[in-house]
Design a protein around this ligand. Structure first.
Ligand SMILES: [Zn+2]
Length: 150
């Protein structure tokens, strides 16, 4: 089995967050100058490695989820929804556009597989997990059923 080039694990050494400078150790610098946290993460993608606090790891996760959101509809149409919210619970119907006989299928966003760069859907008609790449959405007409933000 091929080893994943991505690693996210708890950092056990003393370090500071590379983004916000929160630290996981007691410093002689006054606490109101920088933040002390209980846990730090080591995030590696290939060779580069960064240390992140919980807050900054969450911000990175949110940014990755947004980057993987596939477009739907006409981006020049101000009335259309330009993006499918890649949030757990978002439900939509997809019809394969390249097959005129294709039946609509219902899906719910389950999550993002960060290690594989996949969007994991639940096929509601067959009740099975359905991992897809973002280009899966380009070949289908998508209609949002439930947007958890609305
Ligand atoms: Zn941070």
């Amino acid at each position: 089995m091929e080893k994943s080039p991505f690693h996210v694990e708890i950092e056990h050494g003393t370090c500071s967050c590379n983004v916000c400078h929160a630290r996981n150790y007691i410093s002689s610098v006054p606490a109101d100058f920088d933040r002390q946290v209980d846990r730090m993460w080591r995030v590696q993608g290939g060779s580069p490695t960064i240390a992140l606090c919980d807050d900054c790891l969450r911000r990175l996760q949110h940014m990755c989820s947004n980057a993987l959101r596939p477009p739907i509809g006409d981006p020049d149409d101000p009335e259309c929804t330009p993006w499918i919210p890649m949030t757990t619970g978002t439900r939509f119907t997809a019809v394969l556009e390249t097959d005129p006989d294709a039946a609509p299928e219902r899906y719910e966003v389950w999550g993002i597989d960060m290690t594989m760069g996949l969007i994991v859907l639940v096929g509601l008609d067959r009740n099975e997990l359905h991992p897809v790449r973002s280009d899966w959405f380009i070949t289908r007409k998508i209609t949002l059923d439930v947007n958890p933000f609305e």
